[in-house]
Design a protein around this ligand. Structure first.
Ligand code: WT7
Length: 635
């Protein structure tokens, strides 16, 4: 496990220096620690103007041989996955590396037996059960591309993702419990499948004993399919740059972006960052509470930890069931050493009595982590004092679906931490702050604030947006030509520590979920009595941000405002998902617009955040009078 780990602050500085001055030799040394069927001809070729990025070209490998096969002789009997069910009375499952290897190989044969070939896309819409891990690794085993859709998304969100990448197969479960709520996943799938002609087969894992509607010829049960195949499945030989997976993330226009990740670069990036940031030792128990439907789950529940030979915990349930002490009960029960969660979860848990924490023995904990949004001072201290008992370093890890791996983060116990700061870039990561004119703000003794940009590629950067390379270029490489633009703003102190201040574009992070405002606006606009709307985020104690909509309705509308509010939120729940429901809906007679007709969101954001004292220059508005009306009616 430890060959890749940095052991001192001095070593960090040396490695960082080398990674910047000679990235090819730096990453080639790291890559030597993996299993390759054939090594690379060139380490890195890149051109951000196209953009084109290629790591380890010419190399051949299969990521599952790195996650599984190569561990069999050394740690085959070590637990790879500990699964903790929703219901605390149901048994946990402990799956060793050898058992996981056998299950993945066998299920890979099920995929093949159902017509899946290298390069085909397979959609996974599954609960947090080991079979999700098995299915994703089985795809990787045969070179099929997995596209995992978070099982909280609606049927239309699922359908549009399936259609965008033309998935041939859908893998799901019949039903799942999250808290006390049963969720019929298969029914959601059936609805989506009415609009997804590319799907030929559906494999259904039976998570509960409830009866399940099956469509003859299309649907088959996981267990029945396993009976039809052999257990051995050799790993497909993949090119370094072959697509490993697609993962959709919200964009600022209606359509989600299918971020495409590579095989070799992604593997090296996810594993190297996992090893260093968390510094896990052989017997540690590592738990990331994210869902595998997000990038955090891909990189830091499955690929990173398994490549590193760690024991990774998968939790099916929710932090509030049977009570708000569930996380801490699991930490005590499994003797978790590393705990990685989101600020929104920390804030939600901090609202409940401390006795829910204190009745559990948290002395096994060594390292705490956060991800997904800026952590506020108060939540940071609550986490540090009550969970870490001031003895555990907190790694505040900044990264994105697009970056594939952590980018700016402390290295636990090795580099200094500073509350609310993601601190220093990991080796190989070259952040820069830019002003709005595209000038670099050099590191100086004065702290600075600007837009966060990367001036060189790292191995796990997403290579394109599925089916839309132009959009990839426009979104990330056009604002600051020659650089990758993160979309985030950041503050940097005199020692080079970064604090991420948030998105500068039209994406709002609600409870750690990255939500584009455009698809929500599209949903609202579908309502027959609504003319148009603008959705912005505003700060929220628990969720980090919540959503606020400014809505204009037709004069003829006879419905009460409250009825309309309900209908709007129902529309959003059924098209985007319940996570995107609005906290506040204000009806207005018009929206502030520029002369070219673009809604001035900057103004609405300030009003929603109750920061409307200084709105800046509003003289460019087509309808400046509307601002006073909106301000006086603000909720
Ligand atoms: C956006 C990416 C990366 C996995 C989870 C979210 C925000 C992420 C931090 C952090 C401040 C953070 C950024 C980023 N973000 N981590 N430690 N501190 N902000 O992935 O959905 O692609 O969202 O999350 O704004 O751009 P994502």
């Amino acid at each position: 496990m430890s060959a890749l780990q940095i052991n001192s602050f001095k070593e960090y500085k040396e490695k960082y220096e080398k990674s910047v001055t000679d990235p090819e030799s730096f990453w080639s040394d790291i890559a030597d620690h993996f299993h390759w069927k054939k090594k690379w001809d060139s380490v890195l070729e890149w051109d951000f103007s196209k953009p084109e990025i290629k790591w380890f070209q010419g190399a051949k490998l299969n990521i599952t041989e790195n996650c599984l096969d190569r561990h069999l002789d050394t740690i085959g009997n070590k637990t790879a996955i500990i699964w903790e069910p929703n219901d605390p009375d149901e048994e946990s499952r402990h799956i060793t590396y050898r058992q996981l290897f056998v299950k993945v190989s066998r299920f890979a044969n099920v995929l093949k037996n159902n017509g899946i070939e290298k390069g085909d896309r397979v959609c996974l819409y599954m609960p947090m059960i080991p079979e999700l891990a098995i299915a994703m690794l089985a795809c990787a085993r045969i070179g099929a591309v997995h596209s995992i859709v978070f099982a909280g998304f609606s049927s239309s969100a699922l359908a549009s993702r399936i259609n965008d990448s033309q998935c041939k197969m859908l893998i799901t479960a019949n039903e799942v419990y999250r808290g006390t709520k049963p969720i019929n996943l298969k029914a959601v799938c059936d609805q989506a499948l009415e609009q997804t002609p590319s799907v030929e087969k559906v494999i259904v894992y039976r998570r509960t004993v409830e009866p399940t509607d099956m469509t003859e010829g299309r649907d088959a049960f996981w267990f029945d399919e396993l009976q039809k195949v052999e257990k051995d499945c050799p790993a497909e030989e993949m090119d370094a740059e072959d697509m490993l997976f697609i993962l959709y993330t919200s964009g600022s226009t209606g359509k989600p972006k299918g971020m495409v990740h590579s095989t070799a670069g992604y593997m090296v990036g996810a594993t190297y960052s996992f090893e260093n940031v968390f510094q896990c030792k052989q017997d540690d128990i590592y738990w990331c509470t994210a869902d595998i439907g997000w990038i955090t789950g891909h990189s830091y529940i499955i690929y990173g930890p398994l490549c590193a030979g760690a024991t990774t915990v998968m939790f099916e349930g929710v932090p509030s069931y049977p009570d708000y002490g569930r996380f801490w009960e699991i930490v005590a029960k499994l003797k978790v050493t590393h705990f990685y969660t989101a600020p929104t979860a920390i804030r939600a848990l901090a609202k409940h009595p401390l006795s829910l924490v204190d009745q559990h023995d948290l002395s096994s904990l060594k390292v705490l982590g956060t991800v997904g949004e800026p952590i506020n001072e108060e939540a940071w201290h609550w986490y540090n004092d009550n969970i870490g008992k001031t003895k555990c370093p907190i790694v505040d890890t900044w990264w994105q679906t697009e970056t594939g791996a952590m980018m700016i983060s402390p290295i636990a116990g090795i580099t200094p931490t500073r509350p609310t700061f993601a601190t220093l870039p990991l080796p190989g990561v070259q952040p820069v702050l830019m002003d709005e004119h595209g000038n670099e703000i050099p590191q100086a003794l004065e702290p600075a604030e600007g837009r966060l940009v990367m001036k060189a590629p790292w191995p796990s950067i997403a290579r394109t947006i599925y089916g839309d390379h132009q959009r990839y270029k426009d979104t990330y490489f056009s604002t600051y030509p020659g650089n990758y633009f993160t979309g985030d703003g950041a503050y940097r102190d005199a020692s080079g520590n970064y604090r991420i201040t948030g998105r500068v574009d039209d994406v709002v992070i609600v409870s750690g979920h990255n939500l584009g405002t455009a698809p929500i606006e599209n949903a609202i606009d579908e309502h027959a009595e609504i003319v148009e709307c603008a959705v912005v985020g505003f700060p929220h104690d628990i969720k980090g941000n919540a959503l606020y909509a400014f809505v204009t309705k037709y004069d003829e509308s006879k419905k009460s405002d409250d009825d309309l509010r309900k209908e709007i939120n129902n529309l959003i729940a059924s098209t985007v998902g319940a996570i995107a429901k609005l906290d506040k809906i204000q009806f207005v007679s018009g929206l502030p617009k520029t002369r070219s007709g673009k809604i001035m969101r900057r103004i609405l954001r300030k009003i929603a955040s109750q920061d409307a004292e200084n709105l800046g220059d509003i003289s460019t508005l087509l309808n400046p009078d509307i601002v006073e009306e909106i301000k006086s009616g603000a909720l």
